[in-house]
Design a protein around this ligand. Structure first.
Ligand code: SF4
Length: 395
């Protein structure tokens, strides 16, 4: 798009802006509620994480939930391995600003304790809760009485012995058979407010399992690559697996599992959804990888601009380019950009060069201009008479 065309698309023609394109429509599912958050194809895809504090440490857990909430977490899960943890749930569920899911393994009595504690939902792992199938009727009744939803959380590391005997290992078929069986038990007892996960640490098996499961019912699906690893590996595994599924419209809520602080999981989860236009984009830095033609230190420039604009809530696209080969083109496509060369930076705003500054003033100029655009975007958003909106360019 040349600058004239770009300006044309930016001008309001009295029409509301088109929603940004997505790769596929959402798979149609039944709708459930996790507290105040809807999960299913009628709701935006939500992002979850799990606290790492002992649940008995009520203040520490609530503090971590507050940090997660501030970073864009929609739903939080807490572990409940003991009676002391169960005893902490009523206060945590009451004081948390986002819905709390209790994560239950081994002991069925904590399923009931979590429901009575007012948790928004309970995650049950049918593979390792003792005599789980015998108790589905009572669990379904208690959940129904309290308006609690359930996640049937099948996990490759803890499949029921019968399924393991049949399949030998956690194949996609094994994960799906376990999930569908448990779903049928809940449905037999007239309980439908549940979502399902079939997690595996191998993205290929995980994707195959979710695709198979998506064919067999209209259950909302919670996506996760379990034990995905440290931040770098876990991010790649989750992004590739979630991307493959979300690109087909599969997935209603996601949890990125990283061996890293939970806030990092939320950042990655939000970024995955934003990248696929499944959540409104916020700050986006388009920076070149640099090469032998670069006339500035692109890495440093991109890092300094990113740090200077951290926390920006408006959908601002900023291009940081190292030379004049692709620089002006990308800088024009963005809301704001710089094309560097000869110790100077050409600053672009909405496709037009507004000034040229010496290299040592590039960062401060970009931040200053970004703040002006952000202010304008915010006041436009407040002013209902203003039509149109920021241009989202898809390259
Ligand atoms: S914009 Fe210039 S410096 Fe950056 S990668 Fe492209 S050619 Fe290299």
């Amino acid at each position: 798009m040349n600058s004239k065309e770009h300006i044309l698309t930016s001008v309001s023609l009295g029409m509301p802006p088109l929603p940004p394109p997505v790769l596929a429509p959402r798979r149609k599912t039944r709708q459930i509620k996790v507290g105040s958050v809807g999960v299913g194809s009628d709701s935006p895809i939500s992002v979850q994480s799990m606290t790492t504090t002992p649940t008995t440490d009520i203040n520490g857990t609530l503090q971590q939930i507050a940090e997660l909430t501030a970073s864009g977490c929609d739903i939080v899960r807490v572990a409940c391995p003991s009676q002391d943890d169960a005893d902490a749930l009523p206060i945590i569920a009451k004081k948390s600003q986002i819905p709390v899911i209790a994560d239950i393994h081994f002991q069925p009595k904590y399923v009931f304790a979590a429901i009575e504690a007012g948790c928004a939902a309970v995650r049950v792992n049918p593979g390792n809760i003792r005599k789980f199938d015998d108790q589905v009727k009572q669990i379904a009744q208690a959940a129904k009485d309290h308006g609690t939803s359930i996640r049937i959380g099948v996990n490759a590391g803890s499949l029921e012995p019968g399924i393991m005997k049949k399949y030998g290992k956690a194949t996609p078929e094994a994960l799906v058979e376990s999930a569908v069986w448990e779903a049928s038990l809940f449905e037999e007892h007239g309980f439908h407010d549940f979502k399902i996960s079939v997690k595996h640490n191998d993205p290929v098996i995980m994707v195959a399992a979710y695709e198979m499961l998506a064919e067999q019912g209209d259950w909302p699906l919670h996506l996760g690559v379990t034990e995905a690893g440290p931040a770098f590996q876990g991010t790649i595994k989750s992004a590739t697996a979630f991307g493959a599924l979300l690109a087909k419209g599969i997935g209603d809520t996601i949890r990125v599992s990283l061996s890293a602080p939970p806030v990092e999981e939320i950042k990655v989860g939000n970024q995955i959804l934003q990248s696929l236009n499944l959540r409104p984009r916020k700050l986006e830095i388009v920076s070149c990888p640099s090469c032998g033609r670069a006339q500035v230190d692109v890495y440093k420039l991109a890092e300094e601009v990113t740090a200077g604009l951290e926390g920006m809530e408006v959908p601002l696209r900023v291009a940081v380019m190292g030379c004049v080969v692709n620089g002006p083109g990308e800088a024009r496509e963005a809301d704001l950009g710089v094309a560097s060369g000869n110790g100077k930076g050409q600053i672009f705003v909405k496709g037009e060069v507004i000034k040229t500054v010496p290299e040592d003033q590039i960062v401060e100029t970009l931040i200053e201009e970004a703040m002006k655009i952000a202010e304008q975007m915010e006041s436009d958003a407040d002013d209902t008479t203003v039509q149109g909106g920021p241009v989202v360019t898809v390259s």
